[in-house]
Design a protein around this ligand. Structure first.
Ligand SMILES: Cc1cc2nc3c(=O)[nH]c(=O)nc-3n(C[C@H](O)[C@H](O)[C@H](O)COP(=O)(O)OP(=O)(O)OC[C@H]3O[C@@H](n4cnc5c(N)ncnc54)[C@H](O)[C@@H]3O)c2cc1C
Length: 320
């Protein structure tokens, strides 16, 4: 049986949903999972990870770890691996996972596969599936080397199952020293006042079809009514109508929500690379030949300025 160490992520004082997705998958498959928690004031989350199936929770909790620093965090994960002796280490394919996964793999001379969308483990064989070439193809990768294997997993690849916190078997890690070459002094984050794209189960995204900032404001009530995160195509971001943090796609965020609304987005391959893993896709576009319809589960051919108010009205009726 495989033992997996999940590297947890905490943001704004909460364990991020992708971490719970990874632990849920391990629990569902009846594999063995531990977790590692790194940060400042993170010890309190150990019970939640235990509730989601982590056997042991390795904790490095110190104010020097408040900001992500790849050298210190790598050292803490390597320490946890030395104690937990897992067969695999799983990171979510977030900005942190993308930085830390390869660093940990390189430090331990372990094979590394990024951005996995499915994982199969049978008799010690590990096979993952991952989109490649801006999702034009799906690769199946078998990791043949014995010993530790390190992967990052796309958010939304697995479902996060609800679980109550329970007392954790917590193991304190030594507080790692940085090598001093890189010091993160401050993290400045634009406050969009909205749900993070990576944590949202519903996302409404807008494209150049909204015509300008007024169009962005016009569609926003749909996102508000659905309690959804609000995203954008690159055309919208490049035009300065929405900030880069909200860009979905190959050079933006990769998301896999339960429902993705695409409003006035053509569906260029680079946009699909960021959202085609969504469980249900609803597209509104006035062009019946728009490529977005090739991935959409529901397509509405029409002028978004007429369709969005109808959608909004219907959703309000449904909720009341
Ligand atoms: C290296 C590289 C990386 C890239 N990375 C990304 C990325 O991360 N994310 C990304 O999104 N793009 C990315 N792009 C850009 C991508 O190729 C497209 O240019 C971009 O996605 C187009 O955005 P759009 O669909 O909003 O605009 P457009 O292609 O202009 O499409 C607008 C759509 O709106 C529809 N429309 C217009 N008016 C209405 C209306 N009134 N009602 C309904 N529909 C209407 C049109 O029919 C059209 O389909 C990248 C490109 C490159 C080369």
């Amino acid at each position: 049986m495989s033992k997996i160490l999940v590297v947890a992520e905490v943001k704004a004082g909460e364990v991020r949903k992708p971490t719970l997705e990874l632990l849920s998958k391990i629990r569902q498959e009846a594999w063995t999972g531990d977790a590692v928690l790194i940060g400042d004031g993170v010890q309190k989350h150990a019970g939640l990870l235990a509730g989601h199936g982590a056997g042991k929770v390795y904790v490095a909790d110190d104010e020097s770890l408040a900001n992500f620093a790849v050298d210190r965090y790598t050292a803490a994960v390597v320490d946890a691996i030395g104690q937990a002796r897992p067969d695999m280490v799983w990171f979510s394919a977030s900005e942190m996972g993308k930085a830390l996964g390869p660093a940990v793999a390189a430090r331990l001379n372990a094979p590394f596969v990024s951005d996995c969308a499915a994982v199969e483990i049978a008799g010690g064989n590990v096979e993952v599936r991952r989109p490649a070439m801006a999702t034009k193809i799906q690769q199946k990768v078998r990791i043949v080397r014995d010993g530790l294997k390190v992967i990052t997993v796309r958010s939304g690849a697995f479902d996060a199952q609800p679980a109550e916190p329970k007392p954790a078997e917590a193991v304190a890690l030594a507080i790692p020293e940085g090598d001093g070459r890189l010091v993160v002094r401050e993290v400045v984050q634009e406050d969009t006042g909205r749900l993070d794209l990576g944590d949202a189960s519903v996302i409404v995204s807008v494209g150049r079809g909204v015509k300008g900032p007024e169009g962005v404001t016009f569609v926003q009530p749909l996102a508000d009514e659905l309690g959804a995160a609000y995203g954008a195509s690159r055309a919208v971001v490049d035009s300065g109508w929405m900030p880069f943090e909200l860009q979905v796609g190959q050079t933006g965020r990769v998301v896999s929500p339960d429902v993705y609304f695409s409003i006035g987005i053509s569906g260029a391959i680079q946009h699909l690379a960021g959202m085609s893993g969504s469980k249900l896709i609803v597209a509104v576009n006035k062009d019946p030949d728009a490529p977005i319809f090739s991935v959409a589960d529901y397509g509405i051919v029409g002028d978004l300025f007429k369709v969005v108010p109808v959608l909004l009205e219907e959703i309000k009726k449904h909720k009341s």
